[in-house]
Design a protein. Structure first.
Length: 283
């Protein structure tokens, strides 16, 4: 969704989709609880309020771009990028505790597939366990020398999904796992190390690849680096990117997701101030 008067120079953007767990929304002691409270529907509301303030002051160079699908492939951002305007700056909203993101990690997600040979578990010598083969590979990833970056630190990974086998008393003929790398630079070195460590013992299917991103910062705003990624790589046609929003990523995607109302109010002030600073230098 896009709303602007004329051609915007500074655009607010975030996503309106969110993820489970499902739990009732509520307000208590000045805190809003619910899915999307900080990631990122609360941010969306704060951006609208900031844009309204700027418009009330006669500023017509502000735009809004709200997209769906950020949590599962950034389809909305990809679509928005095809209809981009000539905006000079994009202020993307994610939970950053109202700190400007100096950089975010990239992503490299793979599925490892092990093949074995089924056999009766009473005669393991007649089969080949795909599960054992997969476990050996996953353990070997722990000791690999993954790339590092002075700003973002060391590449790390998690094993998010694992499955395999057909029955407890059968040597497993197949097994697979999905591994998610949070990268700190180009994907190439991670891919190369992965294949060296695995040494052909299992198959590798690439699912997702996103680069690490460095963002624009503005003097007078606290900065930080973040281990998650955002829609920013898919909104490259919307101007120089900045990343900032109220709320903590540590409660996003949990049944504790929440945001303080006072922080949402503060976010409106921060967004208005940031946009004004960018507009002052955009001429």
């Amino acid at each position: 969704m896009i709303a602007a008067v004329g051609e915007p120079e500074v655009v607010f953007s975030t996503h309106f989709d969110c993820v489970p767990p499902f739990f009732p929304s509520r307000m208590a002691n000045g805190v809003l609880y619910g899915r999307g409270a900080c990631d990122a529907k609360g941010i969306l509301a704060a951006q609208i309020a900031a844009a309204e303030r700027l418009r009330a002051k006669g500023e017509t160079r502000i735009g809004l771009v709200f997209v769906g699908g950020e949590e599962r492939g950034s389809d909305g951002a990809k679509a928005a990028n095809r209809i981009a305007s000539k905006a000079k700056f994009l202020i993307n909203g994610e939970p950053t505790d109202l700190r400007l993101g100096a950089a975010t990690r990239g992503a490299y997600r793979v599925r490892l597939k092990a093949q074995g040979k089924a056999a009766h578990s009473g005669y393991p010598e007649l089969g080949e366990s795909a599960i054992d083969k997969l476990i050996d590979c996953l353990v070997s990833l722990r000791d690999a020398d993954w790339p590092e970056d002075p700003l973002l630190g060391r590449t790390h990974h998690t094993v998010g999904l694992i499955q395999g086998g057909v029955a407890p008393n059968v040597i497993s003929p197949h097994a697979e796992a999905e591994v998610f790398f949070r990268t700190v630079g180009e994907t190439g070195p991670v891919r190369e190390t992965l294949h060296q460590v695995l040494a052909g013992r299992v198959g590798v299917e690439e699912i997702l690849e996103l680069p690490a991103v460095r963002m624009h910062t503005v003097a007078g705003f606290e900065t930080a680096v973040f281990s998650y990624f955002s829609d920013i790589p898919f909104l490259s046609n919307w101007g120089t990117p900045l990343l900032i929003g109220p709320g903590s990523i540590h409660v996003a995607h949990t049944d504790r997701e929440c945001i303080a109302i006072r922080e949402l109010d503060q976010a409106v002030d921060v967004y208005e101030k940031l946009a004004a600073a960018l507009l002052a230098v955009s001429h």
